[in-house]
Design a protein around this ligand. Structure first.
Ligand SMILES: Nc1ncnc2c1ncn2[C@@H]1O[C@H](COP(=O)(O)OP(=O)(O)OP(=O)(O)O)[C@@H](O)[C@H]1O
Length: 249
């Protein structure tokens, strides 16, 4: 197997069929270290299935899926893939509502999970610094002692992004993060994802085009399980085939 040392995520020739229907069809996608990529495309284009393949939930029938230039993800299970440093955020936030914002992040910190480490855990200076840094990134420092239940929908999404950051991922997969957010939360989410992508690779699946514009990243439009077009949002959204099959609908 060839090495792709300058890539964080490398998909080539990836296909998967469900009952003979090709949900992913000869898909090729590359994400570089510290790069953000936005994935757009019509319903049923295969965006979720692509994320499922990366995280080990779905096995491709054919193709290469490499992480960090060398690790073959198609041989690993979901837990092993998460441990490598791939974090996935689903559309619905799943924070612990009855815990404070701070405690949610403390629980999410990457550390051994034995019964003793849980029972006798007190945050070290390092942990406190790390949690504080994450709180600043996800715009929740002023709400750190609040119960997560009392956050707005958008703030819950940010907290969950923070919980993923606590796991120190190299690659973050984010599924429709701004659905249900206010305009100002949407704008702030674009900013925070841009900040995160200074040091980590980020893949965002999104239908909201004004948000994708704010991301300012490279864009891939999927349709019928393959790349229909890629480039800047301006390039992709001026593509006649993209207009016909997606944007013009
Ligand atoms: N487990 C499965 N069994 C059968 N068909 C599936 C399965 N998972 C996905 N599909 C089909 O594969 C195609 C791609 O679905 P997928 O959910 O990946 O699209 P999507 O781009 O995420 O769509 P949306 O924008 O609506 O979320 C769809 O036609 C879907 O019905």
């Amino acid at each position: 197997m060839s090495a792709h040392t300058d890539t964080m995520l490398y998909l080539d020739g990836v296909s998967v069929a469900f009952d003979g229907f090709k949900a992913i069809n000869n898909l090729a996608i590359i994400v570089k270290p510290a790069e953000m990529l936005a994935i757009i495309g019509p319903n049923g284009a295969g965006k979720t299935t692509m994320m499922d393949i990366i995280t080990g939930k779905t096995r491709p029938d054919t193709g290469q899926v490499l992480f960090d230039g060398r690790t073959d993800l198609t041989r690993l299970d979901e837990a092993a893939i998460a441990n490598l440093g791939i974090g996935r955020k689903f559309q619905k936030p799943t924070v612990f509502e009855s815990q404070t914002v701070w405690d949610n992040l403390e629980m999410a910190l990457k550390k051994p999970r034995g019964i003793f480490s849980t029972l006798f855990y007190t945050a070290s200076d390092d942990d406190v610094a790390r949690i504080t840094e994450i709180l600043e990134t996800v715009r929740l420092i002023a709400r750190k002692d609040e119960l997560a239940a009392n956050l707005s929908h958008g703030q819950k999404q940010w907290l969950e992004i923070g919980m993923l950051l606590a796991q120190d991922p190299k690659l973050l997969l984010v599924d429709e993060p701004v659905a249900g957010m206010t305009d100002s939360e949407t704008e702030e989410t674009a900013k925070l994802l841009r900040e995160i992508s200074q040091t980590r690779s980020v893949v965002v699946v999104e239908h909201d085009m004004s948000f994708v514009r704010e991301l300012g990243s490279r864009v891939v439009c999927l349709a019928e399980g393959s790349v229909l077009a890629e480039g800047s949002l301006d390039q992709v959204s001026a593509n006649p085939v993209v207009i016909e099959r997606y944007l013009g609908r």
